[in-house]
Design a protein around this ligand. Structure first.
Ligand code: HPA
Length: 304
C-alpha cells in the first residue's frame, strides 16, 4: 500500500493544510491590523514634534537633499526617531523628515528615501507615502536621479515623468488589500497628474527652464544597466531609467493622491564611447541640476 492510500496519513495531510490555511488567514488579518496600528503609532509620534497637517509631501532623490535650504524649516526628525520608519543606507540620501513651509504652504519633505535594492520589502519602501497620507497630505511631488536613454537628453536635463514602466520592482500592493487605504485593483491610467504636468510645463516655460517629458523605467538596481539593457529599455518605450519612485507612486495612487514627479538626468545610458557610470557622477550631476528642480517645485507648490 502506498502512503497516500493510508487513511491516517491522509488525515494528517488534510489537517496540515487546514491548519496552514488557518494560520495564513490569521496572518493576513494580523498584518492588516499591524499596518493600521503602525500608521497610527508613527503619526502620533510625528504629531508630538509637529502638530500641523502638511498639505504637500515631497520626496527628494539622490543628491537632491539641499532642497531644504529653500524651505522655512519648522522641525526636522531623523528617521531613527520615527517608529516603524526604515533607515537609509545609501550615500547621498540624508535620512530625515523635514516639516515647514514653502511658498506659503505647509509641507513635509523626505530627505532620503528607501529603495528596493537596499533589501527593504516593497511595503517598507512605500511606508512613508502612507504616513504622509495619514498626516493629511493632499499632493505628492517626487524627484529622482535617472539615466537618460532618449537621444535628445543631456546630463543635467530635467524630465517630467508622464508615465512609468515597472520592471521587476515588486508591486507594493501585493498581499491583502486594506480598503481603508484604497481599492483592490487601482486604476493606473493617469499615474502622474495631467493637471500638475500642465502647470509645471507652464512654470518651466516662464522660468526659461528647458524640460523634457517622458516615460520612466523603474528597475531594481543596484547595478547600473548594461549597454544592451539601456538599449532594450529604450526600445520598450522608456526615456529614462532609475531605481526608485515606481513603488511610491503605486502606493500614492492607491490612496488617491495626485502625483507629480521630476527626473534629473544624471548620466546617459546610450553613448557611442565606452560608458562607465558611477554613483559619484550621479550625485554630482543631481546636485548641479538641483536649483532648476527646486525652482519648479517651489512655483508649483505656490499654485497648489
Ligand atoms: N540607471 C539606473 N538608475 C539610475 C541611473 C541609471 O543610469 N542613473 C541614476 N539612477
Amino acid at each position: 500500500m502506498n502512503w497516500w492510500q493510508n487513511e491516517s496519513r491522509h488525515t494528517t495531510v488534510f489537517c496540515y493544510f487546514q491548519e496552514h490555511n488557518f494560520y495564513r488567514i490569521r496572518n493576513i488579518h494580523t498584518n492588516k491590523m499591524n499596518l493600521i496600528n503602525k500608521l497610527n503609532e508613527t503619526t502620533a509620534v510625528i504629531r508630538e514634534y509637529f502638530g500641523e497637517a502638511p498639505e504637500i509631501g515631497i520626496v527628494l532623490g539622490s543628491g537632491l537633499g539641499n532642497f531644504k535650504a529653500n524651505m522655512k524649516v519648522a522641525c526636522e526628525i531623523p528617521y531613527e526617531d520615527i517608529p516603524h520608519f526604515p533607515l537609509t543606507t545609501v550615500e547621498g540620501h540624508g535620512g530625515s523628515l523635514i516639516f515647514g513651509t514653502m511658498s506659503g504652504k505647509t509641507v513635509v519633505c523626505m530627505a532620503g528615501r528607501f529603495h528596493f535594492y537596499e533589501g527593504y520589502a516593497p511595503e517598507d519602501v512605500a511606508f512613508p507615502m502612507r504616513v504622509m497620507k495619514w498626516l493629511g497630505v493632499k499632493t505628492v511631488l517626487l524627484s529622482n536621479a535617472a539615466g537618460g536613454m532618449n537621444p535628445a537628453f543631456h546630463v543635467g536635463d530635467l524630465m517630467i515623468i508622464n508615465d512609468h514602466i515597472s520592471l521587476f520592482q515588486q508591486n507594493p500592493l501585493i498581499g491583502p488589500n486594506l480598503e481603508e487605504l484604497g481599492p483592490r485593483f487601482p486604476d493606473m491610467s493617469e499615474p502622474y497628474s495631467h493637471e500638475l504636468i500642465a502647470k509645471a510645463k507652464a512654470i518651466a516655460a516662464g522660468l526659461d527652464i528647458p524640460l523634457h517629458e517622458g516615460v520612466y523605467a523603474g528597475v531594481t538596481g543596484p547595478t547600473f544597466e548594461t549597454r544592451a539593457e539601456y538599449k532594450m529599455l529604450h526600445i520598450l518605450g522608456a526615456d529614462a531609467v532609475g531605481m526608485s519612485t515606481v513603488q511610491e507612486v503605486i502606493v500614492a495612487r492607491h490612496m488617491g493622491l495626485p502625483v507629480f514627479a521630476l527626473s534629473v538626468i544624471t548620466d546617459l545610458g546610450i553613448r557611442d564611447q565606452l560608458n562607465t557610470i558611477t554613483h559619484h557622477e550621479v550625485l554630482e550631476a543631481a546636485a548641479a541640476a538641483e536649483p532648476k528642480m527646486t525652482a519648479i517645485f517651489k512655483a508649483l507648490i505656490a499654485q497648489l
